[in-house]
Design a protein around this ligand. Sequence first.
Ligand code: SAM
Length: 255
Amino acid sequence: MNGPLRINILTIFPEMFDSFFSVSILARAREQGLLDIRMTDIRSFSSSKHRNTDDYPFGGGAGMVMMAQPIIDAMNSVRNDYPSARRIYLGPRGKKLTTSLARELASEKEIILLCGHYEGVDQRALDCCVDEEISIGDYILTGGEPAAMVLVDCVARFVPGVLGSADSPEEESFSDGLLEYPQYTRPRDLNGLEVPEVLLNGDHAKIREWRRRESLKATLKFRPDLLETASLVQKDHKMLDEIRKEMNQTCSFEN
Ligand SMILES: C[S@@+](CC[C@H](N)C(=O)[O-])C[C@H]1O[C@@H](n2cnc3c(N)ncnc32)[C@H](O)[C@@H]1O
């Protein structure tokens, strides 16, 4: 068995992670030794009298900037125990977190995540102790901690064993370039709202076909841009033509 995926998160608010990593799938994965997640408090590396971690920006402007010294010292200390780690800064200008990047990170042995705050991090810390920057989307958070949680959560799903044998991360939205089909559970009839008949008859070929069609339909409706890069076979294109016709008919009835 491979060792756990080792993740160390550099933050000035380690307590923010306590409950997030202590419940549900991530907690179980930690107990099973599949994930080893630790937090490092950047503040404890500050050489200033009051353990400061931020200061005013040179050149003026609003807000504070995280100082380079505590970050560099924290990173150097952690690096001793994580010699092969990919060192990642969570920041809005980084490359976007995607399914393929998450899959790639899950195959690493060690990852160090740096969370920024305030107006960001002194560039010299990023220049000397970060290998890459990753963003979770085109919007601004108050700090890198929620972004680190999102990254760890989505990477963990690709670590073998984390989801249990029955669930596959490859059957979710985006894994094959399409959105997922709709899901239903009991009861079959909810005050007249019924589950599609095809899901109840045990014909797995028909269920597969229905799910593929619904997946294509959802993608066409919500994220048509994904269809340009999804891997589609001839049968998918035929289904898409049929779905487009159905949609056009519905629209013309509505007009
Ligand atoms: C208020 S933000 C700083 C934003 C920065 N002044 C800017 O305009 O790019 C504080 C911290 O939150 C984190 N952060 C904010 N938005 C993020 C995003 N979309 N993805 C990842 N981390 C983000 C970064 O670590 C950043 O240092």
